[in-house]
Design a protein around this ligand. Structure first.
Ligand code: SAH
Length: 251
């Protein structure tokens, strides 16, 4: 059996209880070493076999899993954040399906959520933005043309941009050409939830320079959102004159 587990954004306490239990029980662990906090591996059994996938190809990862299956071992494939985002989990699940190997997926706290927590912000303020776009700047990995930052910018919603801080100038250019005002607030959170987390705040106009001065080149979330600095309407959910399934409106 193979368990794909979301490790969370960095803080070892942000893995789910189920993910932690599978790590404790695993015979074989393959972890995404470039981003997973190695402190999570302290949970593993002393004799667990541990592989860092940072230096492995897809075929090498699959070989380790097939070998573990042949020995009836339990494998944890530990992905950073939540495995459904930019984790290349799809191709691994497809390969296991073909071999008839059973697996499940344990979700994790994605870094775009850890970034909101670090910023102490709500991405969905009433009347400001009710939509969060999760995306990345295309380059070596192709992004469909309809999803270019430039076209997504037309919505002026909250946008969480992964894997792109090293291309901040391209990001800013596409977003401004696409429709955001230069004064739109931007926050960059490097290593959200880690002990050495860093937050840089600015606007589309200022952020490029600030990021370069701070020397941030990887493991950072770019959050572009009118919600970062905005007057907003109070929610309907907790409004006194609003009834819903769990509460009658106060007269
Ligand atoms: N599956 C992961 C994303 C993997 S792609 C998730 O759900 O978070 C790797 C990218 O995620 C990085 O380039 C960066 O943009 C972002 N990232 C991962 N961990 C991060 C963290 N602790 N703080 C900020 N960004 C992070």
């Amino acid at each position: 059996m193979v368990h794909f587990v979301g490790a969370g954004p960095g803080d070892p306490e942000l893995i789910t209880k189920k993910g932690a239990r599978f790590l404790e029980e695993a015979d074989v662990v393959i972890y995404a070493g470039s981003l997973v906090n190695p402190r999570l591996l302290d949970l593993c059994k002393n004799d667990a076999k541990i592989y860092n996938s940072a230096s492995m190809t897809l075929d090498e990862v699959l070989e380790v899993i097939y070998d573990a299956e042949a020995h009836n071992f339990m494998t944890v494939r530990l992905h950073t954040g939540d495995p459904s985002l930019y984790g290349a989990i799809g191709e691994q699940m497809d390969a296991l399906e073909k071999k008839g190997i059973s697996y499940d997926v344990i979700p994790g706290v994605s870094s775009f959520l850890a970034a909101a927590a670090s910023l102490k912000k709500e991405y969905t303020l009433p009347g400001v933005s009710q939509t969060v776009i999760i995306t990345r700047q295309g380059k070596r990995t192709a992004v469909p043309e309809e999803e270019s930052l430039k076209s997504l910018a037309a919505h002026k919603s909250t946008m969480c941009i992964f894997l792109s801080v090293h291309m901040i100038d391209d990001v800013v250019r596409e977003l401004t050409v696409g429709g955001y005002d230069e004064d739109t607030p931007v926050a960059v959170v490097e290593k959200a939830s880690w002990e050495d987390e860093k937050i840089i705040r600015g606007t589309l106009k200022t952020i490029g320079k600030e990021i370069k001065e701070a020397g941030i080149t990887k493991t950072a979330m770019i959050v572009v959102s009118p919600c970062l600095e905005s007057e907003y309407e109070l929610s309907r959910l907790y409004a006194a004159d609003f009834s819903h399934g769990f509460r009658e409106a106060k007269k």
